[in-house]
Design a protein around this ligand. Structure first.
Ligand SMILES: *Cc1c(COP(=O)(O)O)cnc(C)c1O
Length: 452
């Protein structure tokens, strides 16, 4: 008889993405059925504390009644519409107003997508369109950083600075990756953090001069790199970079898909790191993970220029069928309200020092090389030797082992390179945080005893 377990059924017809296949063969797939607060439950009845908020996005937990009610009400009222040909839903109009209101911009306009990748892709097309319209069709190169994560479409994967994209023959030509602003890993012997930041600023300026400012369409950056391993910028990085970009008239785009709506302790990551971008990319937290949706939020200057470029040829020839979906917009409106006005953002602000202190305690383990992060996004990087920052042999798969040991204890956290990532939902309470830290510490001790 055919194996009818959930495991076998998942294996038979569901193609895995970003999944380590040997681990699946070894440990099986976790088939998830439902959630409660920060917990998820699988088909075997096991309960896990999801310390990764799903994929950073389920910030209000997995069963928030207000978000479910907002979705149900909008489905009953008007379950779907587009935003083409001069029509759009009332929810779309209201969400755009709200996004500009809560943005750092005095004024601006919003364009909707179904994902963060599509939002970055859309922003690149906007810049290409805009520069060509302004008589600079050669102003097309995109600057990002190594280790950056901007998505998986052909363009956003080209912006992503990860070696795995070479299997697709990416990046496309014209996508340039600068040094990752990770002082602990990239700083040279004897170099202070300030000198490191200055070196990266010099690298940016030298690149602009070498390539020609008139060939560079824009610079994209996550305030804190997420999927690159939770890497906050080195001290003074963004003010230094922003000044150079301004000097050469290159737009600065803040990819706030993870940092937006409270993850770093402020509404925006650009607020936390004191810079003013020309546009913001939002997704993930935008709907608290309750609907697939992304947004390009243009500041006043890019809005005006995009408007003029569109008027010149009578339209901006771009859009997705589900752009500005009324249910997604209604959920986003509710999610913003829940995060900003129902105590979730405050919870991050209030409890992140406690989280940091708990992790710092765990990071005293000599096999932890670096604890880094801010707000509710942290990584612990494992090392064989703390002094020399020597990593464990890759074949030991240390971070995978740690994550697996956590899963065995009912805690989900994510292996990333040699690090484990913790980015819990904003609703996490103090007892849940203690439970998370206890399980993590036990898993680390177990694995380091095996490999140390
Ligand atoms: C997840 C992510 C994206 C891509 O979003 P998708 O919805 O997965 O396409 C883009 N940028 C950042 C910073 C992200 O974390």
């Amino acid at each position: 008889m055919k194996d009818q377990s959930w495991q076998a059924r998942a294996d038979a017809h569901s193609f895995y993405g970003f999944t380590d296949l040997p681990t699946i063969h070894d440990r099986g797939t976790v088939v998830v059925t439902h959630g409660e607060g920060p917990y998820i439950f699988d088909t075997e009845g096991r309960k896990y504390l999801d310390a990764n908020s799903g994929l950073w996005n389920m910030v209000a937990g997995f069963d928030h009644p207000g978000l479910i009610a907002a979705a149900q009400a909008q489905y009953a009222r008007f379950p779907g519409y587009h935003a083409f040909f001069g029509r759009m839903s009332d929810q779309t109009v209201m969400l755009s107003e709200k996004l500009i209101e809560v943005s750092p911009f005095a004024d601006g306009k919003v364009f909707y997508t179904n994902s963060g990748s599509e939002a970055n892709d859309t922003m690149v097309k906007m810049l290409w369109f805009l520069h060509a319209s302004e008589g600079k069709p050669q102003k097309r190169k995109i600057l990002t950083r190594k280790n950056a994560y901007h998505g998986v479409t052909a363009v956003s994967a080209s912006m992503t600075g990860k070696p795995y994209n070479s299997v697709f023959g990416l990046p496309l030509p014209g996508f340039l990756h600068l040094t990752c602003p990770h002082y602990w890993r990239e700083g040279q012997p004897g170099e202070t953090e300030e000198q490191f930041t200055q070196r990266l600023a010099n690298e940016l300026e030298a690149t602009i001069i070498k390539e020609g400012a008139d060939t560079i369409a824009g610079f994209f950056a996550e305030p804190v790199m997420g999927a690159g391993g939770v890497i906050p910028p080195s001290k003074g990085y963004f003010p230094a970079v922003a000044k150079i970009l301004k000097k050469y008239d290159i737009p600065l785009i803040s990819d706030e898909v993870i940092c937006g709506f409270g993850r770093t302790g402020n509404t925006w990551g650009c607020e936390t790191y004191a810079f003013m971008p020309d546009a913001i990319i939002s997704s993930k937290n935008l709907t608290a993970g309750f609907f697939p949706m992304g947004a390009v939020i243009l500041g006043p200057e890019l809005s005006d220029r995009m408007q003029a470029a569109s008027e010149a040829i009578e339209e901006f020839p771009h859009g997705f069928t589900a752009s500005g979906h009324p249910v997604g917009c209604a959920i986003a409106l509710k999610a913003i309200d829940v995060v900003m006005n129902e105590g979730l953002a405050d919870n991050v602000k209030r409890l992140s020092p406690r989280l940091e202190a708990g992790l710092a305690q765990i990071a005293q383990n000599p096999n932890i090389g670096e604890l880094r992060g801010i707000g509710y996004m942290w990584a612990l990087e494992a090392v064989k030797d703390r002094e020399t920052k020597t990593p464990f042999d890759g074949s030991l798969s240390v971070s995978e082992r740690i994550a697996n040991a956590c899963t065995d204890q009912g805690l989900i956290c994510r292996p990333l390179g040699q690090s484990v990532v913790l980015c819990p939902p904003f609703i996490l309470t103090e007892p849940q945080m203690d439970q998370m830290l206890e399980k993590l510490e036990a898993a680390l001790k177990k694995v380091f005893a095996e490999v140390g």
